[in-house]
Design a protein around this ligand. Structure first.
Ligand SMILES: [Ca+2]
Ligand SMILES: [Ca+2]
Length: 143
């Protein structure tokens, strides 16, 4: 679900098409139809625009979730991640993380609120493309 109260949209892409930022391919190294990823492109000459994209809400009825995803942040952009519907940012990457994909795993716990993973990219005034790929949310059974 694309954010509407923001400035631009994430796209489904197979390459960023922009030199010196990224990503050029998805996290498995595939391109074309086999190598899609989520992409928030940067913008020459301006900064501060935001794009948000969210999963549907999942009700885990108080149980924990386990979230895994890959992100790419080559340039001067910013990526913020929320995991609970209407929740706070729980993870933020600010600035260059080099030209490579990074895996992130984390426990998700929202109590009685739905789990809803939201990625928000903020552009800087220089190259700041952001990518996301292969997001999975697992329902952890109660212990
Ligand atoms: Ca939008
Ligand atoms: Ca992919």
């Amino acid at each position: 679900m694309q954010g509407v109260d923001d400035d631009f949209d994430w796209k489904l892409a197979s390459t960023s098409g922009t030199a010196n930022t990224g990503p050029l391919q998805d996290h498995t190294g595939n391109t074309g139809a086999d190598g899609r990823f989520l992409w928030a492109d940067s913008y020459n000459g301006g900064g501060g625009q935001k794009a948000a994209i969210a999963t549907p809400p999942f009700n885990l009825t108080g149980d924990e979730g386990w979230l895994t995803f890959w992100y790419h942040l080559y340039g001067d952009g910013k990526l913020e991640i929320r995991v609970c519907q209407d929740g706070e940012t729980v993870l933020a990457f600010d600035g260059d993380q080099e030209n490579e994909w990074h895996e992130q795993n984390m426990t998700v716990s929202c109590g009685d609120n739905p789990v809803q993973i939201t990625f928000t990219s903020t552009r800087s005034s220089s190259l700041s493309d952001v990518g996301g790929d292969d997001l999975f949310l697992y329902h952890r059974l109660p212990r």
